[in-house]
Ligand binder design. Sequence first.
Ligand code: ARG
Ligand code: ZN
Length: 891
Amino acid sequence: MRTDTLPTISRHDYQPYPYQIEKVRLEFDLAAEQTLVRLAFRASSRDGQIRPLVLDGEDIELLEVSINGVALTAQDYQLDEQGLTLSPQTAEFDLVLVSRCRPQDNTMLMGLYVSGKNLFTQCEAQGFRRITFFPDRPDIMSRYEVVLRGDAKLYPYLLSNGNLLESTTLDDGRTQAIWEDPFPKPSYLFALVAGDFDVREREIKKANGQPALLQVYCDRGDGDKTEWAMECLEHSVRWDEQRFGLELDLDRFMIVAARDFNMGAMENKGLNIFNAAYVLADAQSTTDASFHAVEAVIGHEYFHNWTGNRVTCRDWFQLSLKEGLTVFRDQEFSADMLAQGLDGAQAASARAVKRIDDVSVLRAAQFPEDAGPMAHPIRPESYQEISNFYTATIYEKGAEVIRMQHTLLGEENFQAGIREYFKRHDGQAVTCDDFVDSMDSVYRQAKPGQSLEQFRRWYQQAGTPRVQVSLQHDPAAQTATLTLRQSNAPAGIENKSTPKPPLHIPFALGMLDQQGTPLTLHLDGQQGDTLVLDFTETEQSWTFTQIPEAPVLSLLRNFSAPVRVDYYRPDSELALLARHDTDPFARWEAAQLLATRLILSSASGRTPSAAQLATVVQTWHALVQDPALSPAYKARILSLPSERELLEQTKPMTPRTVVQARRQLQRELGLALTPYWQELYQYLSLEQAPYSPDALQAGQRSLRNLALNYLLVAGVNTGPQLARNQYDQATNMTDRMGALSALVNYGDEEDRQDGLDDFFQRWQDNPLVLDRWFSLQATAPSTQVAQVRALMLHPAFSMRNPNRARSLIFQFCMNNMQAVHTPEGYAFWAEQVIALDKLNPEISARLARVFDNWARFEPEARDQLKAALERIQAEPGLSGNVAEIVHKALT
Ligand code: ARG
Ligand code: ZN
């Protein structure tokens, strides 16, 4: 932790490292209290010149260092908080270094740390320097040999990257394991694990006929909860072979679950380390949504083996090179899994469900980021603390930027671009430009005269572009002229005078006639139901022919670009689209927009007209009865936009009125359609096939829970009994949790307390389920700061476990708008940022970000939040992580 502000690092300052390190040998004498690390490598100067050797090192103790066998003394080197600088006498030399770290004291969970009784590492982005002194940067790629020694009882498993060469018992009774990773890798992909585990194994045959061993490790006693993870891992291997032609390049692939983990998971070569929340799953204790999250994260980390590990990032400004691409890949993996076995409109609707969920995440997390002080391009220009840049922009918007390239090239050419990328760069540390170059080489061939040159601006500009739409219909000529205008206002700390030239936006659109029948579009010899326009100018027009009457526009189909669309049109048009659009994404969007308009107008104090409300009710009425919709899709289209998405669209932001207005519409829909919710609920309660998280069952459960919520929120008198029965009779966590959350959020005090007590009794020994128990209370409308404080004193609460801190404190601050947007709420937030910072700055900085957008709130909230931020800033010994966020927020 540092008290001074960190220096700003700029993308343009990149300098290659003067030395190459081909091979690294690491020896560990492992123990929780203190671990000794012996590092040996040969460094050779890239240009033959003798230069200082600068090694990063943080929070570790240097015990010995020698060059070419000669021990150095303190006069021979410079050692400070940041690391070690040596002055070698030759351009090539052997270095040996012994250092000590203290895993038990490592509450940051970066570097080598203890979780339960086991030892784990987390090195991305800059954790390796907390293990040993090293050039801890992604462009130093070396082959690692790793020797692990540890107590045989405590650490029966000693794991590292690559292949196990030998495992022996030493004279002193300890175990020693030697691992060798055949692939050169940067230090951030190094990993070790020591501990005792349950192990699930599966032998598979790769596409090339070779066998591979898949292993999933977890805490003893949890072994029966790893079947799904293993299933997902095998699916991931198959999917990457089939869709991307990429094979597993290892004989052994390991996943290890850790209880304490800062993020979701980590793609260390051959040894992925996961937050247990993304590994463990069974019907009893895990919701459908979590089953799908496990699938997505296992896919994500596995896909990194090629997009991230075989080809990695030259520097951390290129983070989206691997993250955006890999999120795109995991999104497609999940979509393909949902659409498996379906075709035509059914497959499209299954994929649309995934697209809807992904776009909702983008809008709830990335749009606000782009509108706040931390706004940055997917390839940032500068940063102070890299761990603050594992953001929704790098990941989710990064994935959208890859997806747009996929849209522009089409699947076949996109895959050709991927092949070109690996042909050019396998084994290298490269840049986002290198990736686009590969795609561009294929694009230029496929579309002579065009290129991705302008497209690259997506890597340079922050902010969410706006697209304004206007339409002119000429009945005499039977033409419709569409005009699009794009703008992208300065975002975050972007200089207001920096020009933002127009982006290359693939804009997908369709049209319906006034009866809702889809029109075939005709444009300059092109023809189709959906056309993708190359929108490249600030203002641009297209004239469609053979359109006798004014059409209804279906805009930005499948969300073809991460932009906001402004188009003024009557509610009746949205209602028509919500019923008839053939693009399932745009159809959902139309329904959302209809509800959004109503909620936002009542949030701003205008009472919606009876006609406006009637349009929404009639639309919901038609949708709830539509037999053609899949249950999963129906659940999405009948849900109201989230509070966060709605809040984002108010100016200034008025959280409490948004929550009330949303709740009001929920109630109206619950009341107006009561018989339909009841009927839907009963119908979906009939069949009870053995549990599976598949799309059909999960869809049915989510729709049933939605119906239950509408009944409870509307105060329908049969509601609570239905919920109590569902809770008692549940055979899976989705049903149990659905019922409990309905009772906790909308039930009476007695139901709430009974439910929570019973749930605690049942699940107190399962930490992941207990997290849900905390979250549920954190977000309940009846919860105030005082209850959260009381829960923090519960014996099961701990600030040190990131999942637990997130489940209570983050959930309260992010998702209990009524209670957190109060003077006590803000004070609580600031207090917790400060408290967490002393333990885990990376996590604390994420909490600090919750209100970095303070300036967009209504005046009273704004002043209070600003004061809270200033309180944080004034705290002595603040970490660089939090300091960066607070500083940017207050600038
Ligand atoms: N590369 C990992 C993933 O996307 C995330 C690691 C982030 N680590 C961190 N300390 N911020 O799967
Ligand atoms: Zn990733």
